[in-house]
Design a protein around this ligand. Structure first.
Ligand code: NDP
Length: 262
């Protein structure tokens, strides 16, 4: 299936690692022109060298998504170079896990500004520019916590619930301009953000996943490319769950046990 992504301009925040990096690779394979943003220049430039060794040109910009001016300038630099902006992925995020009573006001401000306010700003910045060309796709990283929060990630869950809600409202608000907005819900994917949780609770996570394995960033890559493509032209305002069937049913592990016994 031709996804018609050749020469489309794709920007991925937090694209130097994890899910964003895997998605960037997949967009490059589809012939898109890809830029990844993040705070650590060395991480981004290392990825650009890896991409070059694989025969691709990857653009990157060191940029903090909480800095509206910096993100606007970055978007405009990319626009000047390419003349268009087709896909914007609000993927950057952080997690803070601790007992509820230990959270501080600083934790609150920090996680809200990266996980939630930056999605609002990124969406405005992308949509303002996409509106001129009357087309575009914006994707937002949500989380399973938006559906079922977890006890030690009270603030993280709140930000992701807000993102899922904003995905639906902005999908409606931006539809008249030819812009689609979708979210994605990664299950438990092995990346830097989830490392310490997985280290502590791996078996507990796996028992609730129907496919009985943790996810890899690559498991997200093709679904994100699909959502961004014309093949998904009639899809907007949804969260696509890519979780291996996490909590698809109570006692997912029981099906495996019964299957092994028969
Ligand atoms: P990573 O930690 O690999 O990716 C997070 C990225 O965000 C990093 O590249 C980081 O780069 C970037 N980032 C963080 N803060 C900022 C900032 N202020 N400005 C610019 N970039 C920033 O984790 P994942 O790939 O797993 O996470 C991607 C998204 O998926 C996140 O939104 C996460 O919440 C979500 N998610 C992940 C799940 C999982 O199981 N892995 C589950 C549910 C949701 P740098 O530090 O260099 O800025």
């Amino acid at each position: 299936m031709d996804l018609h992504l050749k020469d489309k301009v794709v920007v991925i925040t937090g694209g130097g690692t994890g899910i964003g990096k895997a998605a960037a690779r997949e967009f490059l394979r589809e012939g898109a022109r890809v830029w990844v943003l993040g705070r650590r220049e060395e991480v981004l430039s290392q990825f650009a060298r890896e991409a070059e060794a694989e025969g691709y040109v990857l653009g990157y910009e060191s940029c903090d998504v909480t800095d509206r001016k910096a993100v606007e300038e970055t978007a405009d630099r990319i626009l000047r170079e390419t003349g268009r902006l087709d896909v914007w992925i609000n993927n950057a995020g952080i997690a803070i896990d601790k007992p509820f009573l230990d959270f501080t006001d600083e934790d609150y401000e920090r996680i809200i500004s990266i996980n939630q306010k930056a999605v609002f700003m990124g969406t405005q910045i992308a949509a303002e520019r996409m509106k001129r060309q009357k087309s575009g796709v914006i994707l937002n990283a949500s989380s399973y916590c938006a559906k079922i929060p977890h006890a030690n990630g009270v603030l993280y869950a709140a930000t992701k619930a807000a993102v899922s809600n904003m995905t639906r409202s902005t999908a409606a608000a931006l539809a008249p301009y030819g812009i689609r907005v979708c979210g994605y819900i990664p299950g438990m994917i092995v990346t830097p953000i989830s490392e310490s949780m997985i280290g502590q609770y791996k078996e507990q996570f796996i028992k609730d996943i129907s496919l009985r394995r943790l996810g890899r960033p690559e498991d997200l890559a093709k679904p994100l490319v699909f959502l961004a493509s014309d093949a998904a032209a009639y899809i907007t305002g949804i969260d696509l769950e890519i979780s291996g069937g996490k909590f698809a049913a109570q006692n997912c592990a029981m099906a495996w046990k019964l299957a092994e016994e028969t």
